[in-house]
Design a protein around this ligand. Structure first.
Ligand code: SF4
Length: 259
């Protein structure tokens, strides 16, 4: 289907451009229960069959006590697809939820990160793939610019602190309208997390802002993603990237992305 072709092209392009997956890798996909990471898993499994390099794919889900629906339909679906999937009930996260039900994202993600590394270790993986999409990159760019005073989004590839794992975000060029359509078309059971329903957050405001603007400018996010790969530091205010002697600033990233 065209949708699948488009996803394969975009995910393939991110993997190639940022050298995300290499020969002999074992990639563990962090399945959050949502449409994005489930789509990522499906597309990686398809790419695995076509790629000129040899790599393996497995998946895992961390239970932190925040799912709003039973996990069983997802488990059934994954069993049918034959993918090796680990479901991990993280006891420290569940205790945290009992003891401090109103804990914030910082603590929650710190607990999740520890669990993710433990699971990846047990799975013998050297790469962990996350389902952050182009939407997440765009929101992070605006959030950081507006609230932290830094012009940055998310790293497409980075390493864990001890450099044991390569952390990759192969959906960097994929917008959520595609993952939504793909998950629906494939009948992938989605297990929403309680936090995804939160209102009154910066994330929700940014999502609403995009939704409003996209009524008139449907390619807004694609343009923002292209902009993130086509920096013009000579028109910013960071002296580290300016030639203050009047000479032309060097072009740092001359590649223009065509999505
Ligand atoms: S949104 Fe919810 S699940 Fe996500 S990090 Fe924050 S508290 Fe945890």
């Amino acid at each position: 289907m065209d949708l699948e072709k488009s996803l394969l092209r975009k995910v393939g392009e991110a993997i190639r451009r940022f050298s995300m997956v290499r020969d002999g890798d074992r990639v563990a996909v962090a399945l959050s229960g949502g449409k994005d990471s489930a789509t990522l898993l499906e597309i990686l499994l398809l790419l695995q069959k076509r790629a000129p390099i040899d790599f393996s794919v497995c998946a895992f889900t961390v239970e932190q006590g925040k799912f709003l629906r039973p996990i069983e339909p997802l488990a059934e679906y994954l069993k049918r697809s034959g993918v090796a999937w680990t479901y991990y009930r993280d006891a420290p996260s569940l205790r945290l939820l009992e003891e401090r039900p109103d804990h914030g994202c910082d603590l929650c993600s710190r607990y999740r990160r520890r669990a993710v590394y433990e699971i990846a270790h047990g799975l013998g993986a050297n790469v962990i793939a996350f389902g952050h999409t182009a939407d997440d990159f765009c929101e992070a760019l605006l959030r950081n610019a507006m609230f932290t005073g830094r012009l940055s989004a998310l790293p497409p590839v980075t390493a864990s602190r001890d450099r044991e794992y390569r952390l990759i975000r192969p959906l960097a060029f994929v917008t959520e309208d595609l993952t939504r359509a793909y998950a629906e078309a494939r009948g992938i059971p989605v297990v929403p997390c309680g936090c995804s329903q939160k209102t009154g957050t910066v994330r929700r405001s940014l999502r609403d802002l995009f939704a409003t603007l996209e009524r008139d400018y449907p390619h807004l996010k694609e343009n923002m993603i292209s902009a993130m790969g086509n920096l013009d530091p000579g028109r910013m205010l960071d002296p580290r990237f300016l030639r203050l002697d009047g000479a032309k600033s060097p072009e740092l990233f001359p590649i223009v992305t065509e999505l």
